[in-house]
Design a protein around this ligand. Structure first.
Ligand SMILES: NC(=O)CC[C@H](N)C(=O)O
Length: 380
């Protein structure tokens, strides 16, 4: 058991939305001010994975589960080298971290990584507000002396919007690196890191894939320099409408008909590479209980999701694209949003959700096997 210092718990804090609605609470984690897009996540577990998912860069995450921090922070579950959320909003932080793997408490970790948060907020009312009005900019301010209301609101309204934000290069790896295959190596994959989560190369490595993780700036030549059997495009933060470089690299891969798999941002990039548009959802999908139907098998999966944008593609028929016919392979059952794409005339597919995460817990793992089958098919 790890006991929190909760050193900042008595310091006042306030959350200010760009439409002027304000919630008062207490400081949680680091003290100071921070800005981002307000989004809510419905996951009841997995806060360490959420906090360290690079796709949350520049977003302030509101947890709808009221009690957060119960199992502390451990050395195994982080999805990347640091916490990426711009701020963190919880109702009732755990005072004790109780888990055999915990090495520290969540609030101590937030302090150590300078993440400004707020606790004691009515997260249910805040979430309902965002559901009605849509995702919007928000600021958290904490300290003994807070700025006046007008100043805080003006600062929130000066913060950059998520629409039009080009963020992958801010989170990608600086240097290429290799995640070795576990057991016998069967395949080589070039993985474009637009904000990749650590579990993704791991899921491939478990299937005998040696993964060459390349920076977001990698060119088509860099991709083919590793002689890949398949190419992967990762999840990542920001607006897919800005991802022109990744779209052009993906087109280079599609022209060569190399097996291709994309997750989340990678799905949106495949959509754009095929000529579809992308658009901003009202408040997005975030959590670990999102139902999706695989239209090729009719099966429903419980999936982990974190996306604020989506692909605009026809659900009822295949589309003609420069790379042959494409269809919507997966659809979200809450709102019919496109959750997957596949090409019918060449080996390429993608999903908008996170098969590397264990929401179902194994429902979506077959997608990595599909990628392996495509690479096997290309060899045969
Ligand atoms: N997790 C992701 O890859 C998110 C993709 C994109 N940034 C979105 O919000 O829709």
């Amino acid at each position: 058991m790890t006991t929190s210092t909760r050193g900042t718990a008595k310091i006042p804090a306030v959350l200010v939305l760009e439409d002027g609605r304000t919630f008062r609470g207490r400081a949680y984690g680091a003290v100071g001010e921070t800005f981002g897009e307000a989004v809510f996540s419905t996951g009841m577990t997995g806060y360490q994975e959420t906090l360290t998912d690079p796709s949350y860069h520049r977003q302030i995450v509101i947890m709808t589960a009221p009690h957060i921090g119960n199992t502390g922070v451990n050395d195994e579950d982080s999805e990347s080298r640091r916490i990426w959320v711009a701020g963190y909003v919880v109702r009732d932080p755990a005072r004790l971290a109780s888990n055999w793997r915990a090495t520290r408490t969540l609030d101590d970790e937030l302090v150590a990584q300078h993440i400004v948060g707020i606790s004691g907020v009515d997260t249910r009312a805040l979430t309902r507000h965002l559901r009605e009005r849509g995702a919007m900019r928000v600021g958290i301010f904490s300290g003994e002396a807070l700025p006046d209301a007008g100043t805080m609101l003006a600062k929130v309204r000066q913060a950059p919007e998520m629409q039009g934000a080009d963020l992958a290069e801010q989170v990608t790896t600086e240097q290429a690196y290799v995640v070795p295959a576990i057991g016998t190596k069967q395949f080589t994959v070039a993985a474009i890191d637009l904000g990749i989560k650590g579990m993704t190369p791991h899921r491939m490595a478990e299937r005998g894939i040696e993964v060459h993780v390349l920076p977001a700036t990698a060119t088509v030549e860099d991709v083919y320099a590793v002689s890949p059997d398949g190419v992967f495009f990762s999840n990542g933060p920001g607006d897919p409408a800005t991802a022109d470089h990744a779209v052009s690299v993906m087109r280079g891969v599609l022209e060569r008909r190399t097996p291709l798999f994309g997750i989340c941002f990678g799905n949106q990039i495949l959509g754009r590479a095929l000529g579809f548009g992308t658009y901003k959802l009202k408040y997005g999908h975030r959590g670990i209980n999102q139902p999706v139907q695989d239209r090729t098998t009719g099966k429903v999966e419980i999936t982990a999701q974190n996306h604020g944008f989506a692909v605009d593609a026809p659900l009822d028929k295949a589309s003609e694209t420069p790379y042959g016919r494409a269809e919507v392979s997966h659809v979200g059952l809450n709102d019919n949003v496109v959750e997957g794409l596949r090409l019918l005339d060449q080996p390429a597919f993608s999903v908008q959700y996170h098969p590397e995460a264990a929401a179902g817990p194994h429902d979506a793992a077959y997608l990595f096997d599909r990628f392996v089958s495509l690479m096997e098919g290309q060899r045969a």
